[in-house]
Design a protein around this ligand. Structure first.
Ligand code: DAT
Ligand code: MG
Length: 151
């Protein structure tokens, strides 16, 4: 089953939106394979955002993600990468569709609440960066046939 890495960023945690954001992923049908509350180090944040190094917003992006604790999740589902990015919404919240997390709760790109992996390959690398293998759980839900046609 395809996996994606989700981060509820510091603004989501500070604004008390963890439950609201988790609910949206749960009711979409994703299965949680990993979840933790943690304070990311600068080193981890720099690795996570390495592709953006050198861009004008890079330093602000790193300081933002380490400014407060975050909730990190691994979600599983068919087409998990694309589906989760749909649930999250466009990068710039003022352009994100109403109904998406960013579209409903954000106004600025520097406070866009959630990270979601953008490809299967990057998702695997991000999961390996944020989680140890033993922190991920292989399990099935008893409602799986009502979410996945071929569980
Ligand atoms: P996304 O988080 O939607 O995958 P991205 O990978 O292009 O977007 O960029 C990572 C983060 O960097 C994004 O969530 C917010 C920030 N960012 C991107 N483009 C930006 C810009 N033009 N100005 C300020 N911050 C930006
Ligand atoms: Mg991205």
């Amino acid at each position: 089953m395809e996996r994606t890495l989700i981060i509820i960023k510091p603004d989501g945690v500070q604004r008390g939106l963890v439950g609201e954001i988790l609910t949206r992923f749960e009711r979409k049908g994703f299965r949680i394979a990993g979840m933790k509350f943690m304070q990311p180090s600068r080193e981890l944040a720099e690795k996570h955002y390495a592709v953006h190094q050198g861009k004008p917003f890079y330093e602000g992006l790193v300081s933002y993600i380490i400014s407060s604790p975050v909730v990190v999740l691994v979600l599983e589902g068919t087409n998990a990468i694309v589906a989760a990015r749909g649930t999250v919404g466009a990068t710039r919240p003022h352009e994100a569709a109403p109904g998406s997390i960013r579209g409903d709760f954000g106004l600025e790109v520097g406070r866009n609440l959630v990270h979601a992996s953008d490809s299967v390959e990057n998702g695997l690398a991000e999961i390996a960066l944020w989680f140890k293998p033993e922190e991920l759980v292989n399990w099935t839900r008893n409602n799986e046939p009502w979410i996945f046609e071929k569980p």
